[in-house]
Design a protein around this ligand. Structure first.
Ligand code: ADP
Length: 503
């Protein structure tokens, strides 16, 4: 058998391709950013053609750098920014509109209307999600209503919907000529259109958004021994590789962190933050503002579910310091700047740029920087930004404890921001628990590789995967209990200032 497994990680800010060996060690990678298109306040788009082109480039570059061919890969997994919505024409391969990104708030009226007339309760019960701009259904509805010709084409089965996993899988398997139109249970569970119990598109949910069933992909397991299809000799691998793994990025990171036991938790720090708690084969409903979602489904096994706390803005607040304020020239500089001061000098920054997600779910919130005095500097703002990442995480952990009774001793972390050692120390201080980072911080790509490799027998079972997990570094809390509680009370005061902002 081939020695490696590949994974495409189509993220919000960039697309990467990674190659892993049997020990789960990284063998090669390449990564390219794509443009964040911000046409007006609250709108965030990506160009799907650019994403496909970047995907081909990162695959070719990483394979070439290691001198690998398609036959060196036992299987290929795909993982993706979830919810982000692409509608394209299956006869021409052309998107009808840019991808509408998960952070985009243009559908806030659609989301609010669902809450007013009882449909919100049905969505909560069937899909496990609160109606919000975040999920795909409202974005599909917006495209159907605002782009000429899409509705008729959708009814005829010519205009099709996919998240970026479906878009890439369709293109990787030959697009217009032979592309497969599929998604996996985890991505489907983020649309507001899938029933969590039946794992199928639900007619009542579809009717809420007036979405024709003909435009939706087939829902498949996240790790599928039957395979979704093959890459083609004319494609970026120059040969056939079996496509056998597909997971939304946060679920993939949960698999990459080998959280296969009930009660295990991981927290990923990227553009936003996403904490998932494995709840096993039972659907656990949240009373505290968390989402119920599919964690993974391997082959014919029962699906495993998770409770999720999603935070819209964490790493993107650091990007904002860089791109909009220009007070740092790169994300990693936030650490050096924040270290210039011993604390945030009374400043709190609530980056509610896309409203507030878990556990608040307030589309009407907007960002605020509070507690400023003449004494404060850029360094305080940088430190308050890092603290905001950690306080938002604490809000989610408190909600999880309320819903599940699980109290954490150790938080397993991954994602781009975990390179920021000050932020990880602040996280331990603000939570009062140990924070632990694994050797392979790219757990999202690793999880997609694991799903793909399990399907073809490259890895035997989840126990074998669990042996691959090794700690790189951990951080212990240093703040006193009094400091911790005073800081957290201040955070809540700041959050209250951001609510009711949008009429
Ligand atoms: P995604 O998969 O969502 O694209 P990544 O895991 O690649 O995200 O993380 C990228 C995010 O992390 C960016 O928003 C960036 O601002 C932030 N980031 C990266 N490195 C650092 C750092 N050293 N300190 C703070 N933030 C960082």
């Amino acid at each position: 058998m081939a020695d490696f497994v590949g994974a495409v990680d189509q993220g919000t800010t960039s697309t990467r391709f990674m190659i892993f060996d049997h020990g789960g060690r990284e063998v090669g990678r390449h990564q390219l950013e794509h443009e964040q298109i911000l046409p007006q306040a609250g709108w965030v788009e990506h160009n799907p053609l650019e994403i496909w082109e970047r995907t081909c480039s990162v695959i070719r570059t990483a394979m070439h750098a290691r001198g690998l061919r398609a036959t060196d890969l036992a299987a290929l997994g795909v993982t993706n920014q979830r919810e982000t919505t692409v509608v394209w024409n299956r006869r021409t391969g052309m998107p009808y509109y840019n991808a509408i990104v998960w952070q985009d708030t243009r559908t806030d009226r659609i989301a609010t209307a669902l809450e007013r007339d009882g449909r919100g309760e049905v969505i909560r019960r069937k899909a496990g999600l609160p109606p919000a701009t975040y999920f795909s259904a409202g974005k599909i509805q917006w495209i159907l209503e605002n782009v000429d010709g899409v509705r008729a084409a959708a009814e005829a089965g010519e205009a099709v919907f996919g998240n970026t996993d479906s878009w890439l899988l369709w293109n990787l398997t030959g697009g217009v000529d032979s592309g497969v139109h599929i998604t996996d249970v985890t991505n489907a569970s983020r649309t507001m259109l899938m029933d969590l119990e039946t794992l199928d598109w639900d007619d009542e949910l579809l009717s809420f958004f007036d979405i024709p069933r003909a435009m939706l992909p087939e829902i498949r397991p996240s790790s599928d021994p039957k395979g979704y299809g093959h890459t083609l000799s004319g494609g970026p691998f120059g040969g056939e590789v079996a496509l056998t793994g597909d997971l939304g990025d946060q679920q993939a990171a949960t698999v990459g962190q080998v959280c296969f036991g009930v009660g295990q938790v991981k927290n990923t720090y990227g553009t936003g933050n996403f904490m998932l708690l494995n709840t096993g084969t039972e659907v656990v409903r949240s009373r505290s503002g968390l989402l119920t979602t599919v964690c993974y489904q391997f082959g014919a096994d029962k699906p495993v579910y998770a409770l999720e706390g999603s935070i819209a803005v964490t790493g993107s607040a650091v990007q904002w310091l860089r791109d909009q304020l220009g007070i740092i020239s790169g994300a990693s500089e936030s650490e050096a700047l924040a270290r210039q001061v011993a604390d945030s000098g009374g400043v709190y920054f609530v980056p509610a740029f896309s409203g507030l997600f878990a556990p608040y779910w307030r589309s009407d919130a907007r960002g605020a920087i509070v507690g400023l005095s003449r004494y404060n500097t850029n360094a305080h703002l940088a430190r308050a930004t890092l603290e905001s990442i950690c306080y938002q995480t604490r809000d989610v952990i408190e909600a999880m404890a309320r819903d599940s009774g699980v109290t954490l001793d150790v938080l397993r972390v991954d994602g781009g921001i975990t390179a920021n050692e000050l932020c990880m120390q602040l996280q331990a201080d603000i939570l009062g628990v140990t924070v632990s980072r694994p050797v392979v911080a790219e757990t999202t790509a690793l999880g997609a590789a694991y799903a793909a490799g399990l399907a073809v027998g490259f890895w035997r079972d989840t126990d074998e995967l669990a042996q691959n997990w090794n700690e790189d570094k951990c951080w212990q809390p240093e703040w006193t209990e009094e400091q911790r509680e005073k800081g957290y009370a201040g955070w809540h005061k700041a959050v209250r200032r951001t609510l009711d902002w949008v009429d």
